[in-house]
Design a protein around this ligand. Structure first.
Ligand code: URA
Length: 250
């Protein structure tokens, strides 16, 4: 992998800053100043930047903006999987999705080859908040909002934790909803229990980390440790998200 890419994936330095540091001979590869941004680096090279060794992580964690039409699995006999979307350099490295989004659900999906992290991200004990926008067949009523806030019972009798949902358009056909658990088809089943139907579903954030606006459907970006700390934070960002979606709430 190119030196500038290697460093931008593992550190907080931008590519332009990395170029400057190369010019200033502040980046060492195996003890020698690197002369160009495009020198090839492998995991066996020791890289130092401004006097500090760069972490040689054996794990890779990516954030995918999942498009509809892909199943959240590493392989499937008949369907296209989210790992089919990975750029070639991330293939064959054991990356697996952290939990599932339905085939027709879009948005925020983490893939990693760090088993402990995958476990942490999907553990029901963690209650990491997950934020979705949903387009509905019918208007989202005050009664539906109340049922969801109290902890709705699904049609099969399953009781859900209390959850927050709010309309984000004037017709009430689009909502922001935040869940602290991840039951099978949960958003769709919760809305079905209110007599509604989800027509389109998109996960837009997990923990405090939102899907970057410039990450196109099907694209991935590397998550650094600082990004993962954001994901694992359980602060409530419902109101800031509502605002950013163009809706203020009292
Ligand atoms: N809830 C659903 O119904 N589907 C998803 O993909 C995620 C949450």
């Amino acid at each position: 992998m190119r030196l500038d890419r290697y460093l931008s994936e593992r550190t907080e330095y931008s590519r332009s800053r990395i170029k400057e540091l190369i010019g200033a001979k502040k980046i060492l590869v195996n003890g020698m100043p690197a002369l160009k941004a495009n020198v090839n680096i492998t995991e066996s090279d020791a890289v130092e930047i401004a006097g500090k060794p760069v972490r040689q992580s054996k794990y890779i964690t990516l954030l995918l903006n999942k498009p509809a039409g892909y199943v959240s699995a590493t392989e499937d006999k008949t369907e296209k999987t989210v790992t089919d979307l990975l750029p070639p350099e991330y293939r064959g490295q054991g990356l697996a999705p952290a939990g599932r989004l339905d085939k027709d659900t879009e948005g925020f999906l983490i893939l990693s080859n760090d088993g402990d992290l995958l476990h942490e991200l999907t553990s029901p004990k963690k209650h990491i908040p997950k934020y979705y926008t949903a387009e509905l067949a019918r208007e989202f009523t005050e009664e539906a909002k109340r049922l969801i806030a109290e902890g709705i019972t699904l049609k099969d009798g399953t009781k859900c934790l209390p959850a927050r949902a709010e309309a984000i358009d004037d017709e009430g056909r689009k909502i922001l909803i935040c869940l602290h658990e991840g039951k099978y088809h949960q958003v769709k089943r919760m809305l079905a229990a209110t007599g509604n139907h989800v027509e389109k579903l998109r996960r837009i954030a997990m923990g405090n980390k939102t899907l970057p606006e410039n990450l196109a459907p099907g694209e991935v970006t590397v998550l650094l440790n600082k990004d993962l700390s954001e994901v694992l934070k359980a602060e409530d960002i419902f109101l800031p998200l509502l605002k950013s979606l163009g809706k203020c709430s009292s």
